[in-house]
Write a protein that binds this ligand. Structure first.
Ligand SMILES: [Zn+2]
Ligand SMILES: [Zn+2]
Length: 351
């Protein structure tokens, strides 16, 4: 055990009145120091058993900023307010890791309650101050639950993302079938001036579904270091810059692996949100495309003309006249003087 640790101390969740101020026994780190802080790490010695301990907490606690700031004794507030500073009240217990005498089952540490208020100027998380405050047993329990969610948040988000990825994959498969198999026939069923809107809607739907699937996959599995952007050229650099700033290459930007994992979870949530919006958009475009095929007018003039001539018969849709020649569908020609009869039919006979 660490030198100075009181191995003989019995477990107790009562505070020893002779304990020195806990705030003097601890140092706090707010991480990451760049960008939005996500974690507060407490480093120090337990005020009860004097064991060395480290505990990791979320940067936001159950208390509001105003409530947290009011826990600090008025004499020590130094004019700081929730507008100028960020606050976090951490209500925890000894975390020395030693199994003290008479400790409840599965409980490590001597049980000494520790309640600290952490304060740092907004945007300057390396200028942290600590204060001893009071906290209830309920707050200590909440804090422990919060610590557990911190450990599990990444896997929770990723599990959710995986379900979305599966759902989006199915949706994409349906879209592909409709797009390639049904697409051609549905185009024939509507008047030609509706072809462009229909094509745009179907393409938009497919594009959003693809984008959504990509973001859902990224939410579920993250972005690997740089393995699929190996080059050093300008194009590769530009591509690399498009990747989120949470790949393993960026760990050092977050000051700690834990803070990087928080950022990963945050990135996963963002990816998942994009995936959801893209899915809704894809479904809406798809519904609009379906509405077009149902409601848009028929092509009209769907009947064909059979032209019987002495040289044979020709069937087609568009018949124009050029001099003394009839041109069928822009290619086949029949001399006018050879024409015997012209009659409309619903479909051309197969030739
Ligand atoms: Zn201890
Ligand atoms: Zn202790």
């Amino acid at each position: 055990m660490t030198p100075g640790h009181d191995d003989k101390r019995q477990w107790s969740d009562e505070r020893d009145p002779s304990d020195p101020d806990a705030a003097d026994q601890f140092a706090a780190h707010v991480l990451p120091t760049k960008g939005e802080p996500t974690r507060v790490v407490l480093d120090g010695r337990c005020p009860g058993c004097h064991g060395v301990m480290t505990s990791v907490h979320t940067a936001r606690g159950p208390l509001t900023q105003a409530e947290a700031s009011e826990r600090i004794p008025p004499a020590k507030r130094e004019g700081a307010t929730p507008e100028t500073h960020s606050y976090r009240v951490i209500a925890t217990r000894c975390g020395c890791g030693y199994e003290h005498l008479e400790a409840p089952e599965n409980e490590l540490g001597c049980g000494a309650p520790i309640a600290l208020a952490v304060r740092w100027p907004k945007g300057k998380p390396d200028d942290v101050k600590l204060f001893t405050v009071t906290a209830s047993a309920f707050e200590r329990r909440e804090e422990r639950a919060l610590q557990e969610t911190l450990a599990a948040q990444l896997s929770h988000v990723r599990n959710a993302a995986e379900s979305w990825r599966t759902g989006l994959g199915g949706f994409l498969a349906v879209l592909a079938v409709v797009f390639f198999v049904e697409g051609a026939t549905s185009f024939d069923d509507v008047a030609s001036r509706w072809h462009w809107p229909l094509a745009v809607l179907l393409l938009a739907s497919a594009a959003s579904a693809l984008y959504g699937a990509y973001r859902a996959i990224r939410a579920a599995y993250g972005t690997p270091a740089d393995e699929y952007v190996p080059g050093r050229g300008l194009v590769w650099q530009a591509l690399r810059n498009q990747l989120p700033a949470t790949t393993p290459r960026h760990i050092h930007d977050y000051d700690s692996v834990g803070a990087w994992q928080d950022a990963l979870a945050g990135q996963s949530v963002t990816d998942l949100r994009h995936a959801k919006v893209a899915t809704v958009l894809a479904a809406m475009c798809f519904a609009a495309a379906a509405a077009v095929t149902w409601l848009a007018p028929d092509p009209g003039g769907s009947e064909r003309l059979v032209i019987e001539a002495r040289t044979g018969s020709v069937c087609g849709k568009v018949v124009t006249e050029r001099g003394d020649v009839l041109v069928v569908d822009g290619s086949r020609e029949v001399a006018l003087r050879d024409v015997v009869s012209v009659k409309p039919v619903p479909t051309c006979p197969s030739q």
